[in-house]
Design a protein around this ligand. Structure first.
Ligand code: PAF
Length: 285
């Protein structure tokens, strides 16, 4: 196994990519906030299978956390991340510090994608998607990647990033990869480690609620309210679980359906289990 290269400076990463691109090699980037799990590794493997050179970025981005959110408590383990990236076949791990990505300060320049980022998760996390779009723009520019891989668990994030890349005409193709789940159905997330043993059964109710709504959809239910009620009925009774939102939306525009839904839609939800905020989604088709 080749030893992985660790890069901390923006210029060094740009140069590394340029060298590969001049040799007609395609460069992939997998943006992460570290504390890698099987979901991230599936993205790295997909990038490895599709591209010649694979960069993983490992950076807990402060600008996408609100003042009362878990930036300080977000789990971090650089040594573990490097070992996992190497095992999954990445060539480079880019581990910048805050000054490297925000050389002029965290409030100096923003990318704000209107409409797509203001509702659903954006409603309870104002400014979150502005922080995500800004850091992803920086990572795409610095890495010069031809392809960037994102998980569909963060579906709204994926749509915001796709919209931004399209709107700015960035020369990068965004690839959305399927959600990876634990054997009990819980969508993989770095935050899962913060669930207590007692909270875990409540967390599993998210995917159970989505599966029940999907079954109702397959049985012909097309009323948005009935579908969200079906999902909620499995989550609400669980101890420690507080629903933030459950919605059925258009998979492209994320416009929320309130009544009759078409034959292709997406159900998205966010639920707080104790102190841990979890999200999940499922295509209804
Ligand atoms: O999905 C994440 O881990 C983050 O939001 C991302 C895309 C790496 C930006 O910080």
């Amino acid at each position: 196994m080749e030893t992985i290269t660790i890069i901390r400076e923006a210029e060094t990463l740009s140069r590394w990519s340029q060298i590969h691109q001049r040799a007609a090699k395609s460069v992939a980037v997998v943006p992460t906030m570290g504390y890698l799990h099987e979901g991230h590794l599936s993205l790295i493997r997909a990038a490895r299978a599709q591209c010649d050179a694979v960069i993983v970025t490992d950076f807990v981005n402060p600008t996408q956390f609100g003042p009362n959110e878990d930036y300080a408590a977000y789990p971090r383990d650089e040594a573990m991340d490097i070992a996992l990236c190497q095992a999954a076949g990445a060539d480079v791990v880019f581990i910048p510090d805050v000054h490297t990505l925000y050389p002029n300060g965290q409030d100096a320049a923003w990318v704000d994608v209107k409409d797509l980022g203001d509702h659903l998760c954006g409603a309870s996390r104002p400014g979150h998607f502005r922080g995500v779009a800004t850091v992803v723009m920086k990572l795409l520019c610095i890495s010069r990647a031809d392809f960037a891989f994102f998980g569909q668990k963060d579906y709204q994030q994926l749509r915001v990033v796709q919209h931004m890349v399209h709107d700015f005409g960035l020369p990068c193709q965004i690839i959305g990869c399927p959600i990876v789940r634990e054997p009990d159905g819980l969508a993989m997330s770095s935050r899962n480690v913060r669930l207590s043993q007692e909270e875990r059964p409540s967390a599993i109710a998210l995917s159970q609620g989505l599966a029940a709504a999907h079954q109702a959809f397959l049985n012909g239910e097309r009323d948005a309210r009935q579908l969200t009620d079906t999902a909620a009925s499995l989550i609400l009774p669980k101890p420690h679980a507080q629903i933030e939102y459950i919605a059925v939306a258009d998979p492209e525009t994320l416009e929320i359906f309130h009544h009759q839904i078409p034959n292709r839609a997406i159900m998205l939800l966010a639920v707080r289990v104790g102190n841990v905020r979890l999200i999940d989604n499922m295509l209804l088709e």
